[in-house]
Design a protein around this ligand. Sequence first.
Ligand code: NAD
Length: 484
Amino acid sequence: MGATDKYIKNYIGGALVPALSGNYLENYNPATGKVYSYLPDSEAEDVEKAVAAAEEAFAKWSGIGLQKRFRLLMRIADIIEQNMEEFAKAESTDTGKPLSMSSTVDIPRAVTNFRFFATGIVHFSTQSHYTEKEAFNFTLRQPLGVVGCISPWNLPLYLFTWKIAPALATGNCVVAKPSEWTPMTAFLLSKACIEAGLPAGVLNIVHGTGPKAGEAIVTHPQVKAISFTGGTKTGKRIASLAAPEFKKISLELGGKNPNIIFADCDFDQMMVDTLRSSFSNNGQICLCGSRILVERPLYEKFREEFIKRTRFLKVGDPFAKTSDLGALISKQQLEKVKSYIELAEMEGGTVLCGGKAPELDGKLADGWFFKPTVVEGLDNNCRFNQEEIFGPVVSLQPFDTEEEAIQLANGVRYGLSATVWTRDIAKASRMAEKLEAGIVWINCWMHRDLRTPFGGVKQSGVGREGGTEVLEFFTEAKNVCIKY
Ligand code: NAD
């Protein structure tokens, strides 16, 4: 794949090209707080070229046949896998996340995404409906044409390929935009696609900001669907732009997920997973359980052990094997997290541990680090417990009954995921039925099976990704009725 370039390029019509304006944006390394590369500051004219290339490629790509699409997507997966180290290092440099995470979670999952949908499409089938003694109907599922995929910075290549792979597998051509905060692995993906021999224009990657490049994709009349993952506010904007053109939209948005812990749980396993669900990726995973609700008889024991383990977590160099947490994505995100700690104190909460940046020296002195933080004593309705912070920050709340746990859990505008810890399967099932969430984990967290529907309710999104749901999203169903 070659050394990582300092100047990232767009991937349009099979070629690596700068933005037509020649303008670049700065790309920061969050661990040092310094600019280390540049990405194209693309505009509508770049998106126009990308859409034209995708349109031109569509007839050939959609008609190339399943086996060829399957082989090309598998080849892309192989190339990413062969270059795992380069991809993982690039992801950690771009995001500030520990290399131990990008090399075991982010990049392996990108490989799996391509393999999963490459094989998924060869097993995909459609329905038929028999109208007794008259006719039979079958559902023809056809690709939409050119589709747009827009992704965030927290799991860059992981989420980017989670959209691109099914869109390509179903025969669409894609114009995609990664986050301007984390462009590097999308650039490496462009190179992997060229090496794999993906036909020109099938996948186009346009770098740049949301308001310029992103909105140009969303509003382009030839882009038939938008698959978006990001913040709820951005999702609203995208929905409002796409609606007048009746575009298909899939929106995977923010969360404020409850982690409900009953006194009868397997304490040791719950502790291990709760630490992960609180602070993995610095709490910058949409599925992180930022509100920990603990049944009162267990509250004191939980608090003591959880704080002890949280204090033990090491924040530091993403490339050091000893680091549990790396840097936050940006200075803005760090300031946002700090402002929520101030807010928690103003709202009457107590910071039990963390609450400030660690003191790091050398090249990390100006990095955007923050200690994992636990807060208690806040009412469910306060802003701290209502708004998505997206940092290494959780709040603890006790509860007395199942009903109260449900009330607290559902008492936010979000509804992405929820976790329940109990040995009582009947109680777990009752909770699962009543929780307002797209995903419920019982006695586990982020235990993913890619065949399952993935998405949120309320302000956490519209639609489902994963499995056959996303293959249906990226195709149009046409009923064909044959009378006999
Ligand atoms: P964001 O909404 O700021 O940006 C996401 C992407 O949208 C970026 O590529 C950005 O450039 C682009 N964008 C921004 N404004 C746009 C516009 N007007 N038109 C088109 N594109 C635009 O989100 P973020 O800060 O990158 O990511 C964090 C958010 O993502 C959090 O809220 C998190 O919960 C959410 N998230 C959700 C899921 C999920 O599956 N539900 C997964 C990961 C992250």
